[in-house]
Design a protein around this ligand. Sequence first.
Ligand code: TYD
Length: 208
Amino acid sequence: MKSKGLFIVFEGVDGCGKSTQAVKLAKFLEDSTGRKVIKTAEPYNLRELILGRKDLSKMSELLLFLADRAEHVEKIIKPNLEAGNFVICERYEDSTRAYQTGGHGVDSFIVEHLINDCCFPLPDVKILLDLSPEIAFERVKARNNQNDKFEAEGLELIKKVSDYYRNFLAGFIRIFCDNLNEDEVFQRIITGLFLSAGAGYSNGRYSS
Ligand code: TYD
């Protein structure tokens, strides 16, 4: 059975503004539809284990992100979609593609294979906040989050991840954020959602 809810995912490099826009969109959708909106993010509950351990092999890092997603899907995403709620999630499968393959060089065939085997629900809409790596890096430096090993990898990682989002991933509402303030980015998100609403996208994995 197809889910009754709506699953919206934000993607982009560290520092691109996902959290700010997810909060704005959650409020907008709640106010304008009266539906329950759940705002959530990955990594979910294995966050400290994954982000705090600098010694993990790339493969175990990949498997841990998938294990984290399995928890997240089972406990938050699926039940809320089945209840007819809107779920807004910061980061999902494309983060795994962009960071583990684009950033850390895990073979894309392995990543794709594992992602597909997990059969997690597919997003109805994906929004990519596309911000130049140099600007994103300045923001990441300013927040100085010592507990996140990905942020500690600096500009080099952000460039690789950004390149992967831009050149190897598709299916997004893509917002170029470099010269826009928060409100302008949000306006473009709403326009993008409005324009894509007629597409009637139905994912193959979650519906049956
Ligand atoms: P987080 O502090 O949530 O970053 P942000 O606020 O920018 O989303 O840290 C999550 C980090 O984990 C981020 O650097 C990207 C990384 N990540 C992966 O490498 N693979 C994944 O599948 C996910 C979900 C996140």
